[in-house]
Write a protein that binds this ligand. Structure first.
Ligand SMILES: Nc1ncnc2c1ncn2[C@@H]1O[C@H](COP(=O)(O)OP(=O)(O)OP(=O)(O)O)[C@@H](O)[C@H]1O
Length: 345
C-alpha cells in the first residue's frame, strides 16, 4: 500500500469543489476570474494508416482551473489517452489549441520552461526495466532540480521495501506507483495521470487519492486523471468530463450532473405479503422475497413526500427502506444507450 496518510477523502469531493460547471468557450476563458492551468479548444485527432481512419478526438474543449481535480471518463477507445496526451503536449492534435500553465503546447521553447512545473504519469509504463526504483527517482530529482527527497517519496507511494529492486522485478501495480512517484518528484502544480489506479488494490487507490489531495492542498495543484472507474471518479473528482467516440457528452460536478439528468429516485423496501398495495398509484412493482415478505421498488420524483406517504400507509410493517442515488455509470448508459464496459466502435 501507499504510505500511511490520514484519510481525508470526502465522501463526495465535488462538495468542496473549487471547480465550475460551465462549458468552455473563448469568452468564458477571458471572463474567468480563476487562473486556468489547462485550456484546450477544438481538439481533433484522426489516426490514419490502418485499414480505416479513426477519429479519436472530434472537437473537444476542456479547461482545468488552479486547484481543480478533473476526471476524464469514458469507455475503452473513447479517446481519453489521446486527449490527455494532447493536453500534456506529447501528442499534437490535427487541429485545435492547448495552453498549459500559460504556455502554448506547440511552442517548444515555452514548453521547456514549464516542464518542471508539471508531472506526468503515462498509462503504459515506459520505465527503464533495468534501473532500480531509487535510481529512476534520483534521475528525476536531478532533471527537475527538485527538493523532494527520493526516500521520502518511495515511502509515500508505499514501496519502501522495493527501493533497490529493478523495475522489471516489480508487479504492474508497483510500477504504477513508481510512475506516480515520478510525476510527483518535481513537486508539480499540474499533474496528468493516465489510468493511475487501474492496477491498484482498493487500499492503494485510496492512498493514491490521499497523496494527490495532499499535493493539491499544499501547492494548489491541478490534477487531470483518466479512468474507467466511474464510481471512484464520482467520489474523488471536483468535475468530470465524460467522453465517448471522441466527443464530450457530459461535463460538470458529479452531483450536479446527476441532479440535472435524473429527477426521480428509486426507493426500495419490504412489506408483509399480506399488506395491501396499490402498485399503480405508487408507480411501484413488487416481487416475493421469502419469509412472508415482498420486495417493493418504486420510482418517485418527490422522495421526501413519498417517504411521508409510505410511513403513513405502512409505518408499522415496512422494513429495509433504501433510496438509491443515481450513478455516473447510469448517466453514461442513459446518454449513450450502452454500458461503460463496451468498447467504442
Ligand atoms: N497511435 C495510434 N494509432 C492508431 N489508432 C490509435 C492510436 N492510438 C489510439 N488509437 C485509436 O484511437 C481511439 C482512441 O484511443 P485512446 O487510446 O485515446 O482511447 P482511450 O479512451 O484512452 O481507451 P482506453 O480506455 O482503452 O485506454 C481508439 O479507437 C484507438 O484504437
Amino acid at each position: 500500500m501507499f504510505g500511511a496518510i490520514k484519510n481525508r477523502i470526502p465522501r463526495d469531493a465535488g462538495e468542496r469543489s473549487r471547480g465550475a460547471t460551465r462549458p468552455i468557450g473563448t469568452a468564458d476563458i477571458r471572463s474567468e476570474p480563476r487562473e486556468l492551468r489547462v485550456e484546450a479548444l477544438g481538439l481533433r485527432k484522426t489516426y490514419t494508416g490502418g485499414a480505416r481512419e479513426i477519429h479519436a478526438l472530434q472537437g473537444v474543449d476542456l479547461h482545468v482551473a488552479k486547484g481543480e481535480f478533473v476526471g476524464v471518463l469514458g469507455p475503452n477507445g473513447a479517446g481519453k489517452t489521446t486527449l490527455i496526451e494532447c493536453l500534456e503536449g506529447i501528442r499534437r492534435p490535427d487541429t485545435g489549441e492547448v495552453r498549459i500553465l500559460g504556455a502554448d503546447t506547440s511552442d517548444a521553447g515555452k514548453m521547456k520552461k514549464i516542464r518542471g512545473r508539471m508531472g506526468i504519469a503515462l498509462q503504459h509504463s515506459t520505465l527503464p526495466p533495468r534501473l532500480t526504483v531509487r535510481e529512476i527517482l534520483t534521475l528525476q530529482v536531478r532533471l527537475y532540480a527538485s527538493q523532494v527527497r527520493v526516500d521520502r517519496m518511495i515511502d509515500l507511494v508505499g514501496i519502501g521495501d522495493k527501493a533497490d529492486q529493478r523495475i522489471e522485478h516489480l508487479s504492474g501495480g508497483q510500477q504504477q506507483r513508481v510512475a506516480v512517484a515520478m510525476a510527483l518528484m518535481g513537486d508539480p502544480e499540474l499533474m496528468f495521470l493516465d489510468e493511475p489506479t487501474s492496477q491498484l488494490d482498493p487500499h492503494a487507490r485510496l492512498a493514491l487519492w490521499e497523496l494527490l489531495y495532499t499535493q493539491r492542498d499544499r501547492r494548489d495543484a491541478s490534477v487531470v486523471i483518466t479512468t474507467h472507474q466511474m464510481e471512484e471518479a464520482q467520489r474523488i473528482c471536483d468535475r468530470v468530463v465524460i467522453i465517448d467516440h471522441g466527443r464530450v457528452i457530459a461535463e460538470g460536478r458529479p452531483k450536479e450532473l446527476l441532479r440535472q439528468h435524473f429527477t426521480s429516485r428509486r426507493m426500495n423496501f419490504m412489506l408483509p405479503i399480506a399488506a395491501a398495495l396499490d402498485l399503480r398509484a405508487l408507480n411501484a412493482r413488487s416481487e416475493p422475497a421469502g419469509n412472508g415478505m415482498k420486495r417493493v421498488s418504486l420510482q418517485t420524483e418527490r422522495p421526501g413526500a413519498t417517504l411521508v406517504e409510505l410511513a403513513q400507509l405502512y409505518g408499522d410493517s415496512m422494513i429495509d427502506l433504501s433510496v438509491e442515488e443515481p450513478t455516473l455509470e447510469e448517466l453514461f448508459v442513459k446518454l449513450t444507450g450502452t454500458a461503460l464496459q463496451g468498447e467504442t466502435a
